[in-house]
Design a protein around this ligand. Structure first.
Ligand code: ATP
Ligand code: MG
Length: 377
């Protein structure tokens, strides 16, 4: 089996050089610096997703890689070659835009074969390649259809097949699923991921949807204001966010303030004193010491809700149930702890009515919470 990020050539030698290297990339629009020094290495066959608030520079970065916008300074290295000055058609990259940019006056097959025709492929070879590509995206019966006679999901597939036609070294996808309805989006994201893995094609993906990003990516890159804030696997970013911005950008989070009052290095345990009592946690991170002011990153699904109140200790805190919204597989609860709101997701809420009428409830903070060190003022 192929190892992620490593390509074997015909002699069985491995190639673990990065496919794409971004080196200290800056981009100015006039006096406005929209990329402020972005560096990243993308491995062969890897799917890396950029997420971040609107305007943080995601599309600009994709356009720079694809050659549609000039770089102000820095380098883009594709498979060992510096490509800063190459026009888009001479780069081994293909971009798939949000609106697909398909040619409405052409058939599906003509759209998919367009790049091949421009590259002067012979007609018979184009026909074979287009047939293979359409088969791959399960549109083999649609070759003669006009684009406007296709559904959104089918158009998305055509755009994908067209982007793959010349076997680019890097595929660039800018919000490729944002025009689809929620259900189709789920289906298409799985299809894209499956194809991407099967073809082992290095892919840079951009999306607004943090859950989509977590679901399909090998690594996430969280951006803010033209800079990378954190790079990591989805689980790293979700479970061990580097700062408050990342913690609250990816999924919902409850923060609780406290101070480290003791650390037992042998047991890997830290005790955090909060205004609601002491919370013991498993300390698996470095750089936290006694006396540090911290923020606990408490995910709604990690908190256990109990109906009995009054057993203090063991990370249990008593609160008032403000709302209990039953929604079948999950109930969203809002618990007031003092004057602070805590959101708790309760899965399999069989005791719905029981909780619904409760006033006092108990929340149990898990020992696995991640800590963010607060900067000393
Ligand atoms: N052609 C341009 N001329 C001037 N400013 C631009 C141009 N294109 C983008 N910008 C600015 O650059 C910044 C980054 O834009 P970009 O489109 O890369 O953001 P984005 O992260 O893709 O946002 P979104 O999530 O909304 O798509 C924004 O402030 C935007 O206004
Ligand atoms: Mg964008």
């Amino acid at each position: 089996m192929m190892t992620k990020g490593v390509t074997r050539d015909m002699d069985g030698k491995t190639d673990d050089r990065p496919m794409l290297i971004l080196k200290d990339i800056h981009k100015f629009y006039g006096a406005n610096e929209v990329l402020k020094g972005v560096s990243l290495e993308v491995r062969r066959g890897e799917l890396v997703t950029f997420v971040g608030p609107s305007g943080c520079g995601k599309t600009t970065l994709l356009r720079l890689i694809g050659g549609f916008t000039d770089i102000s300074s820095g380098d883009i290295i594709l498979d060992g070659q510096r490509i800063n000055d190459l026009p888009p058609n001479l780069r081994d990259t293909r971009i798939c835009f949000q609106n697909y940019a398909l040619f409405p006056h052409m058939t599906v097959a003509e759209n998919v074969g367009y790049g091949l025709k421009i590259n002067k492929w012979p007609k018979d070879k184009i026909a074979v390649r287009v047939r293979d590509l359409l088969e791959m995206v399960e549109l083999e019966a649609f070759g003669d259809r006009m684009i406007d006679k296709l559904s959104g999901g089918q158009q998305q597939r055509v755009a994908f097949a067209r982007a793959l036609s010349l076997e680019p070294k890097v595929l660039l996808l800018d919000e490729p699923l944002s025009n689809l309805d929620a259900n189709l989006r789920l289906v298409m994201r799985e299809e894209i991921r499956k194809l991407q893995e099967r073809l082992h094609i290095t892919t840079v993906f951009v999306t607004h949807d943090q859950f989509e990003a977590m679901a399909i990516s090998d690594r996430l890159v969280v951006m803010k204001d033209g800079l990378i804030e954190q790079v990591g696997s989805p689980i790293e970013i979700y479970e061990r966010p580097a700062n408050e911005f990342i913690a609250s950008f990816v999924g919902y989070v409850n923060f609780m303030e406290g101070r480290i009052v003791s650390i037992d290095r042998e047991k890997q345990e830290a005790v955090v004193k909060t205004e609601f009592g002491e919370i013991a946690i498993d300390l698996r991170q470095n750089g936290i010491g006694e006396g540090d002011d911290v923020l606990m990153v408490i995910r709604p699904e990690s908190v256990t809700l109990g109906i009995e109140c009054g057993r203090s200790g063991n990370n249990r805190i008593c609160g008032m149930l403000k709302s209990y919204m039953y929604a079948g597989s999950i109930a969203k609860c809002t618990v007031m702890i003092g004057d602070k709101k805590m959101i708790v997701d309760q899965y399999n809420p069989r005791d719905a009515m029981h909780f619904k009428n409760a006033e006092k409830v108990e929340v149990e903070i898990p020992r696995s919470v991640h800590l963010l060190k607060k900067k000393k003022k």
